[in-house]
Design a protein around this ligand. Structure first.
Ligand code: GLN
Length: 451
């Protein structure tokens, strides 16, 4: 029934929202029947059995086209499935399709997709955020029960904020990146997007695992994230970085978040402001590191092994050049150029090495804060969802919008976004709760207060 309800909703709204790049209704129906049989004969139990899910299109699904919303991967059918998705399948999940995203997860609006933009279900003139905009819009529009996204610099937390849903980026290493097409390998994490904190904790518990196929996967002591679902914040110490609530933050967003902080305080949390001025360097450090890693990761798409190849060419080098010129969109090309530049000899020390040092300093500043606080409160984005078309013309402005999310990736911390209200236009406002490494349960607990 859940699968049929999701399909009915897709038929109702997908034409307007465009959350998906690929939908397999028949495949989902068939799988739902199989799962139902297993539930009936008792071979499959658990909260996710038979529940319909949407998967971001940068997660490999065996035999099913996986494109990262890029032309260059058109027609690419992976020979294996991402570990996080395998974990879901084992739990009886029913995959509805692949969701739209910014091309190779580079962007904050889902407008850089080769397959057209996704719209915000709350107001179709606005963006859903990005890069997991398709996943967040699909959840917000009721086209699936939950979705998987990936977060390199905020791509789960920012669109969750814009779409009024809940999204978690776990501690780096918690969910296997095996089968996630890499953007910035040292920053990328997969995470759940759902309508509430309870669902997100349950899904995270299922997708997280230690995986020898991902060398950065960590064997954690416990994966019982649902233990964090405790409606009690008494005595919890919450830090509010002053530097996150200064100019640049939309007053309406600020107001809603500070209201939510008051709620935590009323429930017995100890709230304190603190200094985190170093975060002003997070954006330049992130864009140097992420672009450097992207330029290396994307070198494998050359028209030989995957997806698209130009139709006419003279010789191998010309084939590479034409395939990449035609296959990548402008934002991806910008990052490849920036990344190649900062890695090139003579500039490596000046940019890349400096960015790595900045990253270490930012981590240290947060570590100091976590010596005193259980969780840190931040916005997820400076504004609510902007109008379609507004951000594309000014990439620098778009990069600046990542100010509240990227430090978390640089340092590997977990972060959750929850909806805390609406602005005067009726668009959702999200609040981010950041935790120390491996402290997901604490941020889930703080978030659960609002459920
Ligand atoms: N907006 C950021 C970027 O474009 C973050 C994207 C992401 O987390 N994948 O890099």
């Amino acid at each position: 029934d859940a699968v049929e309800a999701a399909i009915a909703q897709i038929e109702r709204v997908e034409e307007n929202v465009h959350s998906f790049v690929r939908i397999d209704k028949e495949g989902a129906r068939k799988r739902a029947e199989e799962v139902q049989k297993m539930i009936n004969d008792g071979t499959l139990t658990g909260p996710l059995a038979g529940v319909p899910v949407a998967i971001k299109d940068n997660l490999c699904t065996k035999g099913v086209e996986t494109t990262c919303s890029s032309k260059i991967l058109e027609g690419f059918k992976p020979t294996f499935t991402a570990e996080a998705v395998v974990n879901l399948e084992k739990a009886g999940a029913v995959i509805l399709g692949k969701t739209n995203m910014d091309e190779f997860a580079m962007g904050s609006t889902t407008e850089t997709s080769y397959y057209g933009e996704t719209k915000n279900p709350w107001n179709l003139e606005h963006v859903p955020g990005g890069s997991s905009g398709g996943s967040c819009a699909a959840v917000a529009a009721g086209e699936c029960a939950y979705a998987l996204g990936s977060d390199t610099g905020g791509s789960i937390r920012q669109p969750s904020s814009f779409c009024g849903v809940v999204g978690i980026k776990p501690t780096y290493g918690t969910v296997s990146r095996y089968g996630l097409i890499a953007y910035g390998s040292s920053l990328d994490q997969i995470g759940p997007i759902a309508k509430d904190v309870t669902d997100c904790a349950t899904i995270l518990e299922t997708i997280a695992s230690h995986d020898s196929k991902d060398s950065t996967s960590i064997a954690r002591e416990s994966y019982d994230f649902t233990e964090g679902l405790v409606a009690e914040v008494k005595g919890m110490k919450i830090g509010v970085p002053r530097d996150y609530f200064t100019e640049g933050l939309d007053p309406e967003v600020k107001e809603q978040i500070l209201k939510a902080v008051k709620v935590l305080e009323e429930k017995g949390a100890v709230v304190e402001e603190f200094d985190l001025s170093l975060v002003q360097y997070a954006i330049p450090a992130y864009y140097v590191i992420a672009s450097a890693e992207a330029s290396s990761n994307l070198s494998r798409f050359d028209g030989v092994k995957y997806g698209y190849r130009t139709s006419e060419y003279e010789g191998l080098h010309n084939m590479y050049k034409k395939t990449r010129s035609e296959g990548f969109g402008p934002e991806v090309k910008r990052r490849i150029m920036l990344g190649s530049f900062v890695l090139s000899s003579g500039y490596y020390d000046a940019y890349y090495l400096k960015a790595l040092r900045t990253k270490a300093l930012i981590k240290k500043a947060f570590d100091k804060a976590f010596a005193s606080y259980d969780a840190i409160i931040a916005p997820a984005a400076p504004t609510t969802a902007p109008k379609l078309g507004e951000s594309l013309s000014d990439p620098l402005k778009m990069y600046l919008g990542d100010i509240y999310t990227i430090a978390v990736n640089l340092a590997g911390f977990p972060g959750i976004t929850i909806p805390v209200g609406k602005d005067s236009k009726g668009l959702p406002v999200g609040m981010q709760i950041i935790g120390d490494c491996f402290q997901e349960k604490k941020i889930i607990r703080a978030a659960y207060t609002f459920e």
